[in-house]
Every structure is written in C-alpha cells, then in structure tokens.
Design a protein around this ligand. Structure first.
Ligand SMILES: [Zn+2]
Length: 153
C-alpha cells in the first residue's frame, strides 16, 4: 500500500457564546444580539512517517481555547464600532474588539484562522488550514490559508 505523501484533513470543533452588533448594506442595522457560534478547524497536512499523525489535536484545543476564551460571553465589536465601545464602558459591560469593521462570521473566521495559522505555519506536517464559523444551522463562513509551495526545481 502506497501511503507516503498522502494528504488528510483533520477536523476539530469548538463553540462559544457571544453578542455582536451587525449591519448589512442591504438591510441596515441588526442591533445587539447573540449567537452560539460553532467553530470548525480543519488542518490539512501529511502524517508524520513515524506516528502517522499530522498534529496532536490537544495542541489545537489549547490554541483555540485561548483565542475563543477572549470572545466567549462577551460583546464582540469591530474597530469601526468604537462609539459603541464608549457606551458599553459607561454601562460597565464587558466587550472585546477585533480588527475588522464588525464581528461578522467572515471576520470571526479570519480572526481565529489567522491567529491559529501564525502558530501552526511552522509545523512540518501542516500544509494549510480552514476555519469555519457558524452562527446557525447551515449558516457559516470559512477562511482558508495554505503554505506557499515552491514549484519543483
Ligand atoms: Zn448575528
């Protein structure tokens, strides 16, 4: 059986609860509301020849728990929502902000995926990752990133 060079996708799921204030160009302001967000992390890679494991998933859990821990049970704002931050501060409400216009599913998947990728991109067996954030049944956004592979010499 030829096993060398096979690529796999390892998947691990997480969840957190947050509120956000979103708006769309089509329908305007959706106001403050919350979701149980689900996060699916998909790590693409080739298994280590000795262990036949791409990466220890407990390592993913540790990294994601840290990132999600800063979002969980908080109001998540975008950087264009600083005026709202001032109101929340006055009211003594806990919030956090991410460097995107607002905390949309797209922004959250890229935010989580980018931090995770910065930790995993130096792992030998890892070729890429995809981070999907869902805010409802069959409603999700996925951000993906891959290592740049040089063409054969
Ligand atoms: Zn929402």
């Amino acid at each position: 059986m030829e096993i060398h060079g096979s690529t796999y996708i390892v998947v691990k799921g997480f969840s957190f609860e947050s509120s956000h204030i979103t708006y769309t160009k089509e329908k305007g302001d959706y106001g403050l509301h919350g979701h149980s967000f689900n996060v699916e992390v998909k790590i693409e890679g080739t298994p280590d020849p000795d262990t036949y494991i791409i990466i220890d998933t407990s390592m993913i859990k540790e990294l994601i728990s840290k990132i999600i821990g800063e979002l969980d049970h908080k109001i998540v704002l975008g950087e264009k929502q600083r005026n709202i931050a001032k109101i929340l501060e006055k009211a003594g409400l806990d919030y956090t902000s991410i460097p995107f216009p607002q905390a949309s599913m797209e922004a959250l998947s890229q935010y989580i995926g980018t931090i995770l990728w910065n930790k995993l991109k130096t792992e030998n067996n890892v070729l890429g990752l995809e981070t999907c954030v869902s805010q409802g049944i069959n409603e999700y956004a996925c951000y993906s990133v891959k290592k740049n592979r040089l063409p054969p010499a």
